[in-house]
Design a protein around this ligand. Sequence first.
Ligand SMILES: Cc1cc2nc3c(=O)[nH]c(=O)nc-3n(C[C@H](O)[C@H](O)[C@H](O)COP(=O)(O)OP(=O)(O)OC[C@H]3O[C@@H](n4cnc5c(N)ncnc54)[C@H](O)[C@@H]3O)c2cc1C
Length: 450
Amino acid sequence: MPNSQPPTPYDVAIMGGGPAGCSAASWLHQLGLNVALIEREPQLCASLQSLQFGQDWVLGAPGQNLATLGQQYARHIESLSAVQVLLGHSVAHLDWAAGEGWRLQLQDGRSLNARALLLASGLKPLRPEVFFPTSTTNSPRLMDALGLTACRDHLAPGRMLLLGGGDNAVENALFLQARGHQVTLWSRSDWRAQQSLVERLRAQAEVITVRPRSAMPTRLSADTAGVSVQSQQFGDERFDHVAVLLGFEAEPSAWLLVGDALQRAGVTAPSHPFRDEPRFAPLGLFVAGDASGRQHPSVQTALGDGVVAAKAVETFLRPLSEGQPTLAMRRNNRQIIHITGLRFGANLGVLDFEREGPQPIQVDAEVNLGAQAIVSRDADIGHVLDYRRVRAIIIDECTAEHTDLLEALLGKLCTRLMKLPGVAGVRIKVTKLEIFPDCQVAISAECGAW
Ligand SMILES: Cc1cc2nc3c(=O)[nH]c(=O)nc-3n(C[C@H](O)[C@H](O)[C@H](O)COP(=O)(O)OP(=O)(O)OC[C@H]3O[C@@H](n4cnc5c(N)ncnc54)[C@H](O)[C@@H]3O)c2cc1C
């Protein structure tokens, strides 16, 4: 139902109240900023509640139970006055406008404004369509990573097939074998799990059946008594339970809202949320924790990443000092040197007449210098990349010696230009102007960051 109340203003809205969102909220509170922390589940750190097992990754607290840690994080956040925790809430609509920031409309009709938006929405298990067709109903015998974690303590021992070769698959293989299951571990590649887990797996070689480097099954079909598994290598088999542990992907809900909001505002939305983040910081858009893909997904890295994100948000929101512009006004997103239509003779090509002497070519180049200060120190060439140098390198590289293939020349140009200080990416196009009477031929290449 539409709400006539004016939007509540916040410095920062965080979507996702897992370890990363909580850690960021706590830091933003310390930094004196006010925060709305929106979590769609009815409790904070909901994802940790199913992790009812001790594990040794928490420094200083080996064997610590993650569910307990999650409850401690939640209590801490709920005690902070500058953090408004909105549990069981989803964002129904999101808008962004330059100079205004983000407007979030919640499903209950409430709306709030935030100058910065931090996505801490985590990951979700990969559920390939071939194994989990949308047309079939879920079966408790065919599980993803979350399903297995929720029930593994009380599954009656039986024939268990695990698909995957990472930490999650190997750790579960060891755990379930120790609980009396007859485990088969099937991976399309070599083991990708931590060395300590792989060594423990090797020590169990007689009791755990392993199938590394094996093409995945072509079909899984679950019924009330078990799961039929078909594959070219092993034929038709039957297991009591199958768990598909093939990794995770970014939880899409928050990203979809952001993509729509930016598109409506005429801004290109993040195509890959993780690596594009610096480009979106000037819009007040940040990402933390597993959703950032920056680090190995774990509770400790998510906590650390929440701090990094909080500091980035503060830098965006706060002027360096009174009267100074904020980050959004201090730096542009990207500065590019363009060299267009540079024509000269080059010794290039494998055809007989091309070996006789230079032929005319045209080089067009773009050199990405990344984000730069909008107001640079004027009249100080020492602080910028001199475009005369870019031009000279292109001519030198194309004329120094004969090169057979255009592709090889592009590679040499990219390598040389990428070595220049401050260069983040290179786009280059070389055109043979007179190779045919009726057309020109060009090949282009792109390397580095764009
Ligand atoms: C089966 C399993 C076992 C694991 N075992 C370990 C382990 O032993 N040790 C370890 O350190 N780590 C472990 N992890 C990883 C650990 O749980 C994660 O790395 C950590 O929780 C990441 O924190 P996060 O805050 O980035 O994301 P999450 O904890 O996933 O939190 C994201 C939150 O965002 C919420 N959310 C998503 N979209 C929206 C939206 N649109 N609006 C509002 N809220 C939203 C979600 O409900 C969720 O609460 C395990 C993970 C799994 C799945």
